[in-house]
Design a protein around this ligand. Structure first.
Ligand SMILES: *Cc1c(COP(=O)(O)O)cnc(C)c1O
Length: 470
């Protein structure tokens, strides 16, 4: 079949391999990877070439193909998981692994994973014990709960609670709290999985105590309160406070369960971050059982924490689902180490990265932004850098609507659109996740560690140099 004129203008893989951009990649990447990436891009170009209304020259095609090379190589080389510098300005970023752990937790994980441990062994008595003994006492002390239990994550904690206390019976929830947290955690779905029957009361924006009261029947097993997490309802709204629900539950003899979500162990509002309810505060409102994540505002590893009255929490430990949903030893080691830091609140604020990032004064973030700007090497008429004010989101659905004042390094280039700058950082090594806005690429320094500044500066400095064309 004769080639169309368009196809003849496509450069060959062999000629592309001779380009500066490809040669630069060949120095740091296996030849097979570069060749394979070029073949894939050329194949896409071949499919597109006849669709071009104005045929491109060979040079234009070469430029276009080579501009796609960094991304194509990155996509092939990406290991299952890579370290990411989070400059996106979301502290508990679910897609980036939520809470970074303090050094104490890392050391505990290493120690536990490397060898054997007393995971389920009482060293004093020389006999088998519960793996949760390492954290239960600390959780009780830190929150005032009568009883504590820990599973794999909060979704598991909610499922266990519903299955253990309400299978085959009714659970009353406000229509304003039938939330989806993300990653397919939806209250109605998890309710269905648990075997409990959802009874919705009230409306999206207003639910009153009488709505719950009127829905109570002989089949009611639980009154459930869910922290709306990632959204807030504004305007003409009304919700029932947990304390009032707890009083109703007491009168009716029905336990109240609250999915608190964030797992905050300290009162952040006393540090200027309003809206976050700590686990101790949540429990003091009187619900029988409270569930939360270990890797949101608590700042620990993935875990699901259940706290509350002995008669409600203790039976769940023996539930068959508890075994299926149990926390693994590395998470347990990390959680135990993080909880130990909370014994001294000031120490926790200094050592737990999530707390440190949330509470760092704006001025200190700004100083880090200045250090970054000084460390970036700007070439000629290339990048422009400016420090601007902005807002960091706490993330993790913990404090919807709250933005912490922060310092952004805004990056622009006369010829490279901000979205391309962002894409290049994302495809680079180290991988940097930034955001775009105001016509610029924005780097939020609140979520960047001091020791990441040199690498981040290197990545930004390289953004308009080979293998990228300026
Ligand atoms: C985050 C969250 C969950 C899910 O917790 P995971 O630890 O991700 O399983 C459930 N409920 C609420 C209210 C949450 O905020």
């Amino acid at each position: 079949m004769p080639e169309s004129r368009g196809l003849r203008t496509l450069p060959s893989v062999a000629s592309l391999l001779g380009s500066d951009a490809a040669r630069s990649f060949l120095r740091s990447h296996p030849r097979a990877v570069v060749v394979d990436a070029l073949r894939a891009i050329v194949a896409v170009a071949r499919a597109a070439v006849d669709g071009e209304r104005i045929p491109l020259s060979r040079e234009a095609w070469t430029d276009r193909i080579l501009s796609m090379l960094p991304g194509e190589i990155a996509s092939r080389e990406s290991l299952p998981m890579r370290r990411v510098i989070n400059a996106a300005g979301i502290v508990v970023h679910t897609n980036l692994g939520r809470a970074p752990l303090p050094g104490e937790a890392l050391a505990a994980v290493l120690e536990t994973a490397r060898g054997y441990s007393n995971l389920e062994f009482d060293l004093a008595a020389g006999e088998r014990s519960s793996r949760l003994s390492h954290v239960e006492g600390m959780l009780r002390a830190l929150t005032g709960a009568e009883c504590a239990h820990v599973v794999n994550n909060n979704a598991a904690a909610v499922l266990l609670c519903l299955a253990g206390h309400a299978r085959g019976r009714d659970v009353i929830v406000s229509r304003g709290e039938l939330v989806e947290i993300g990653g397919s955690f939806r209250i109605p779905d998890i309710m269905a999985e648990s075997g409990a029957r959802l009874v919705e009361v009230g409306t999206t924006n207003r639910t009153r105590l009488s709505d719950y009261e009127n829905a109570i029947t002989g089949r009611t097993a639980l009154l459930l309160k869910v922290h709306p997490s990632n959204f807030s309802v504004q305007g003409f709204t009304e919700e029932v406070r947990t304390a009032d629900l707890a009083r109703l539950g007491e009168r009716a003899g029905i336990p109240v369960m609250e999915d608190q979500g964030s797992g905050a162990l300290i009162d952040l509002s006393s540090h200027g971050i309003s809206g976050a309810v700590s686990l101790r505060q949540a429990l003091s409102a009187g619900p029988g059982i409270v569930t939360a994540s270990g890797d949101k505002l608590l700042g620990g590893p993935q875990a699901g924490i259940l706290l509350g009255k002995e008669n409600l929490v203790a039976p769940l430990k023996k539930h068959p689902l508890s075994r299926a949903l149990r926390i693994d030893k590395m998470c347990l080691a990390a959680l135990s180490a993080v909880l130990r830091l909370y014994a001294d609140e000031r120490r926790a604020r200094e050592r737990v990265p999530v707390l440190r990032m949330l509470l760092e004064p704006e001025e200190r973030v700004r100083a880090r932004a200045r250090r970054l700007v000084r460390a970036i090497r700007v070439s000629g008429k290339g990048l422009s850098l400016a420090i601007e004010r902005g807002g960091t989101s706490p993330g993790g659905g913990a404090l919807p609507g709250i933005l912490l004042p922060t310092a952004l390094v805004a990056v622009t280039h006369p010829r490279i659109p901000e979205a391309v700058l962002e894409e290049r950082l994302r495809g680079g090594t180290p991988c940097v996740v930034a955001r775009v806005g105001r016509g610029k690429m924005l780097l939020d320094l609140r979520t960047v560690r001091d020791d990441e500044i040199p690498e981040l500066a290197g990545a930004v400095s390289a953004i308009d140099r080979p293998p990228y064309d300026g």
